[in-house]
Design a protein. Structure first.
Length: 351
């Protein structure tokens, strides 16, 4: 069903889902939304599945003409979205109708916004994913970013009976001073004093930041003189922190395939959304964690989203339809409160 006509494409607007997995051995990276948490929130708000395709909007957004009735939700970076010239809120569902104009401005906080629509963006699946990988020209809209005149369609899906919203306390904050948890290695033994300096230093996000990786600037991280400056190229994973010969770290993201620089540490997957929202000039610190701590953080975040889905945000405990108050803002009945407490205990949410 044709849903949007692109009037202006924005800075770098791509179709993404949660990624393309199982093909890295063939040199095809996962891609997917760089802030998967924001993408999941957006899909949840319009009653989609977590992996339904959304628009990932980087730095500044598009102007879209609406071609049919649908529900939308915008999450992630604040780009002051407007509907027919009137500001609309992030982290809330909105009904759009034919001939409406949806527009985005430049990001004021964060780097990437996510736009979900009823049913999800409808593009062909390539290797099990709708995610766009511009490096190979596959997925999304013909393997490229949005351009003026493009028509975006959505898959079938029921419109919401009432507005959905998510309370601010459940939404990750977007800050200009970011701390990322990282597991040392796999080549941490190439460093001695450099490893200590790395975990105590403050780095700055450089303008060289894209979907392949974020280059940081800061104190020079040096290897042991006895160690080679590079290694035999090996597969790369999102979160790997390469240290090239100039000593300025590069944090790899979802579109890197292989690399021949030593990797001093790996950012845990739970924290990568923070980096995906960082802008040039933001500061980054790293703190060491164990592999077991990384696993627990991942499982905790998974339980969090599982509980949100289970609670069904269309119910009164998630939304007071009359007063448009978010989940957590209204006075709950005894039964609602008991249900929420039970869910927290069941999934052991750590917020």
């Amino acid at each position: 069903m044709q849903t949007f006509r692109t009037i202006e494409p924005g800075g770098h607007t791509l179709v993404q889902d949660l990624g393309r997995f199982g093909f890295q051995r063939f040199g095809v990276p996962p891609c997917g939304a760089l802030d998967p948490d924001a993408a999941k929130f957006a899909n949840l708000l319009v009653n989609n599945q977590a992996n339904d395709a959304v628009l990932e909007i980087t730095f500044f957004g598009p102007v879209l003409e609406v071609l049919c009735s649908a529900d939308i939700a915008v999450t992630g970076a604040l780009m002051n979205p407007t509907l027919n010239g009137r500001k609309i809120e992030n982290h809330r569902s909105h009904r759009v109708e034919k001939n409406d104009i949806l527009a985005f401005d430049q990001a004021t906080t964060g780097c990437r916004s996510y736009l979900a629509v009823t049913g999800g963006i409808d593009v062909p699946e390539i290797m099990g994913s709708r995610s766009c990988y511009t490096g190979a020209g596959i997925g999304g809209l013909d393997g490229r970013a949005l351009k003026s005149g493009d028509i975006l369609s959505r898959r079938d899906g029921a419109l919401l009976e009432r507005t959905r919203t998510i309370a601010p306390e459940f939404i990750p904050s977007q800050e200009h001073e970011i701390t990322l948890r990282a597991v040392p290695g796999p080549q941490d033994h190439y460093f001695d004093q450099g490893l200590t300096l790395f975990f105590n230093a403050v780095f700055t996000v450089s303008p060289q930041a894209n979907r392949m990786g974020y280059r940081l600037t800061g104190p020079v991280i040096r290897q042991k003189p006895s160690m080679p400056a590079t290694i035999i190229s090996e597969p790369s994973v999102a979160g790997g922190i390469q240290v090239p010969p100039d000593g300025q770290p590069i944090v790899l993201l979802g579109e890197q395939t292989v690399g021949g620089y030593t990797k001093i540490a790996t950012v845990i997957s739970t924290d990568l959304p923070k980096l995906a929202q960082a802008l040039p000039g933001d500061t980054i610190r790293f703190t060491p964690v164990t592999l077991e701590q990384a696993h627990e953080a991942y499982k905790s975040r998974h339980r969090f989203f599982k509980a949100l889905k289970a609670m069904d945000l269309s119910l009164d405990m998630a939304m007071d339809a009359k007063n448009h108050r978010p989940w957590g803002a209204q006075k709950w009945s005894t039964s609602d409160l008991a249900r929420f407490t039970s869910l927290l205990e069941r999934y052991m949410i750590q917020i």
